[in-house]
Ligand binder design. Sequence first.
Ligand code: PLP
Ligand code: COI
Length: 340
Amino acid sequence: MTVDLDWENLGFSYHKLPFRYISYFKNGQWDEGQLTEDATLHISESSPALHYGQQAFEGLKAYRTKTNEIQLFRPDKNAQRLQKTAERLLMPKVSTEKFIDAVKKVVKANADFVPPYGTGATLYLRPLLIGVGDVIGVKPATEYIFTVFAMPVGNYFKGGLAPTNFIVSEDYDRAAPYGTGAAKVGGNYAGSLLPGQTAHSEGYSDVIYLDPATHTKIEEVGSANFFGISKDNEFVTPLSPSILPSITKYSLLQLAEERLGLKPVEGDVPVEQLDRFVEAGACGTAAIISPIGGIQYKGKRHVFYSETEVGPVTKRLYNELVGIQFGDVEAPEGWIVKVD
Ligand code: PLP
Ligand code: COI
């Protein structure tokens, strides 16, 4: 059973659901963790998460299949990435087992809000790890909270599978060469708010950032990774230590090769050589695959396949990925975890 919501027009916004999971780290260890109906966090005013950004988050989705089962897409990868982020920010790790158990508990408790199959909507899960407690010097917290909450979502970019345009930021970087770009920390996103707002006000879906050292190569979108399909049937994505290693992107690299016969390439994507691509897109959990119609750079618009129609390779990749996520297409081993 599901509740009655306008599933086709959800967009990507916060919706308070009945249950979330919370676990506390104190005296060097995590407690059991439990579901709670309290959607408010009660934390010290001096929590390092608030002052020094000692916090990390994740994003993954639960999908309802045609046979009314609920499943997760590669949650172990989100757990591992949160562990890497925790290492970078000196936070205690959440084990993969605890992470997946928390996610499953939240999905099960809010199962009525997992959108019906066929609506395209999903239940978005937001795991969050924050340093809390009474610390005021610039040092790691001694206490932490790990919480997972959820909400039903639709499209992140308003176009869905219709292409939208993006703009290259010439004034701002997302991350520093040896900074925290590869970690999923809030600070990366705080810095992207201003360029993001400017891009939106000019009608672009989001910002494309260049490599912070030379400003010549595409790094990623503010909320997703970038990919291009070359004239030579390559699936190309930037390789850089300052971009977020997208689970969707690594899944697509594999699917492009194994299912579509494309050559997977991770490498430099010079912003002056966009002509090599016949199609381009943004990929991520929230973005899924969002086709990029055109990229605005130095006052000029570079259009890939079309500003109004999704390209054929992007469409095939989308069908493969989304088919796997909703259980309609056979998944590579280990990619799907059932919530029973
Ligand atoms: N890049 C950024 C900056 C993101 O915020 C996200 C979203 O998680 C991604 C890429 C895509 O990563 P994933 O496919 O793991 O969701
Ligand atoms: C995700 O795709 O899960 C993200 O975290 C992107 C976020 C900016 C919504």
